[in-house]
Design a protein around this ligand. Structure first.
Ligand SMILES: [Zn+2]
Length: 184
């Protein structure tokens, strides 16, 4: 039985194996990127989806690991980047439109990149760059990353008046920074 679950903007196919011996739900991610859920007889299909969501970070991490390993073997370019940059772009555009209704800043080009250490950047010319991995963040953190760069259009430094701009749409931005730094 093949199913599919959507984590953020990413579709993950998985199969379910019923087992009369298994005591609890189990997820395995194999190196060919197969995701297999073992379903004990006392659990039902609905439990599978909530368990998969609970483990989404772990599953995506495993899939990325195996895919990256393959990508490095067969291709110089990152397969994961190629597979996700369009989704990342859509997410960024949609979010910028949403928040820029409030800010009304002028921006130039928006580019999705395979950045190694940063979530995003803003140039003096008003070009915004984002890390494609933004699609794997929970939505509220992706929004923070985008608002962060958006506000640099008005204020390039991290001075107090910059944070006041961020605070305008994300009053709890300090918590978001903490979450982003500790979990991702
Ligand atoms: Zn910044």
């Amino acid at each position: 039985m093949t199913n599919e679950i959507k984590f953020y903007d990413r579709k993950v196919p998985y199969s379910i194996t019923k087992s009369s011996r298994a005591k609890r739900l189990r997820i395995a991610v194999y190196c060919n990127c197969d995701v297999v859920v073992t379903l004990p007889h006392h659990k039902n299909i609905e439990d599978v989806e909530s368990y998969l969501r609970e483990k989404s970070k772990w599953i995506l991490g495993k899939l990325d690991f195996f895919r990256e390993a393959k990508g490095l073997k067969f291709n110089d370019k990152s397969v994961i980047f190629e597979d996700n940059k369009d989704n990342a772009y859509q997410l960024v555009i949609k979010t910028i439109k949403k928040f820029n209704k409030i800010y009304g800043f002028k921006y130039n080009k928006i580019t999705i990149k395979n950045l190694k250490t940063k979530w995003g950047s803003c140039s003096k010319k008003g070009n915004l760059n984002f890390n494609y991995r933004i699609v794997f963040l929970p939505r509220h953190l992706a929004e923070y990353v985008i608002v962060h760069e958006l506000c640099h259009l008005k204020e390039l430094s991290h001075a107090k008046r910059y944070w006041q701009l961020v605070e305008k749409t994300l009053p709890s931005y300090k918590d978001l920074i903490r979450e982003l730094k500790s979990d991702y």
